[in-house]
Design a protein around this ligand. Structure first.
Ligand code: PEP
Ligand code: MN
Length: 362
């Protein structure tokens, strides 16, 4: 795939700012005015016109009328405009209003029929499109949506990383799972990726931290929702902030890291640290292999004595001990849990092979 950039003449980070939804003409124009007053860099002004809401009877967007308000923002403030499209009709309406960039929402990316419908409506129109990650952590689905657009001739495609849905309570509304965004970049090295901190956070508290983390990972830009009166917003009130707050407490505080450094001393030190890491990785792999050997020995022993592989008591014991050791070393509970579960599964697989051996010989 040979993608062209959407955002060429702008410093990093790319900034996509605006309300979750267009509610009234006054609200849309006030948001733009306040962004201008705050001196915010607006690479794209966002507002949802058609809102995919989780449950019915919520506000579902003002429809095409809102496109006229966005056009006014472009005329009066010179900001390029973007909105979400999810079907043929949305796409035609947005194209008619000459919306500069379209975006596909998470609930659209998840459905290849919908993505194809929008892609078909875009055949022959080389408008830039941003593709949000699907709701579920499925890299291929995200890539597939991008490929469907590319296949109809769209050459300027970007990605928006808005986090992934998770059952139950968590600090984030949508967990970032940064590795999926980084994997997307590894597969499509030319793609520009924007992190949508607002939909990852779901509240106002962590917006700065998530946005800075995105920049630390060399993500190209950020999308943030802003509203003149956030508490009164008709959608996503809890995560919106005023344009003034956004500029003063988030955007102006962000630090952009350089992609690479050429200073020889810096390179030398980094190389040194990296070789230490490589060494540790080597040792970790050897330790895993040793652990599996022991697990196989236990498997052999269990086989001889006809004992089940899985022992709940033993497993809880391992987890508990590991948590106790890990906590004072600053390792997160989630990390230890994930690593140990993977190691435990691998041990079970090794033991299972030993057991199967018994059946084969029997
Ligand atoms: C939005 O950007 O307002 C939106 C609906 O986001 P998502 O598709 O990421 O849920
Ligand atoms: Mn929103």
């Amino acid at each position: 795939m040979n993608l062209k950039p959407i955002f060429e003449n702008t410093d990093r980070p790319i900034q996509i700012l605006g309300p979750c939804s267009a509610e009234t003409e006054e609200q849309v124009l006030a948001t733009a005015q306040q962004l201008k007053d705050a001196n915010a860099k607006v690479d794209l002004f966002r507002a949802g016109i058609w809102k995919p809401r989780t449950r019915p009877n919520s506000f579902e967007g003002v429809g095409p009328e809102g496109l006229q308000w966005l056009k006014k923002v472009r005329e009066q403030y010179g900001y390029k405009i973007t909105t979400e499209v999810a079907n043929t009709q949305h796409t035609f309406e947005a194209l008619k209003a000459q919306v500069d960039v379209l975006w596909l929402g998470a609930r659209t990316t998840v459905n290849p029929f919908s993505v194809q419908e929008v892609a078909d409506a875009l055949k022959g129109v080389d408008v830039p499109v941003l593709v949000k990650n699907p709701i579920n952590p499925d890299l291929k689905l995200w890539m597939g949506a991008i490929e469907r657009l590319y296949n109809v001739g769209i050459t300027r495609i970007g990605a928006i990383h808005r986090g992934f849905s998770k059952f139950g309570k968590s600090v984030y509304r949508n967990t970032p799972q940064w590795q999926i965004a980084l994997e997307l970049k590894r597969n499509f090295p030319d793609i520009e990726i924007i992190t949508d901190s607002s939909h990852i956070c779901g509240n106002r508290t962590n917006l700065y931290e998530i946005s800075q983390f995105a920049l630390d990972l060399n993500i190209d830009g950020i999308m943030l929702e802003t509203h003149p009166n956030p508490d009164e917003a008709w959608s996503d009130a809890a995560q919106q902030v005023t344009p003034k707050f956004l500029q003063e407490n988030i955007l102006s505080k962000l630090i952009v890291r350089k992609e690479t450094e050429t200073d020889p001393l810096f390179l030398h030190n980094i190389e040194d640290l990296r070789s230490q890491i490589d060494l540790i990785d080597k040792e970790v792999i050897q330790l895993f292999a040793d652990r599996m050997n022991l697990a196989e020995k236990i498997g052999e022993y269990k086989k001889q004595n006809n004992i089940a592989i899985y022992q709940q008591g033993r497993w809880s014991d391992i987890l508990e001990k590991a948590m106790e050791m890990a906590q004072p070393k600053g390792l997160s509970e989630e990390f230890i849990n994930r690593i140990l579960k993977a190691v435990h599964q691998e041990s079970i697989d090794h033991q299972e092979k030993v057991m199967q051996g018994k059946q084969e010989n029997a």
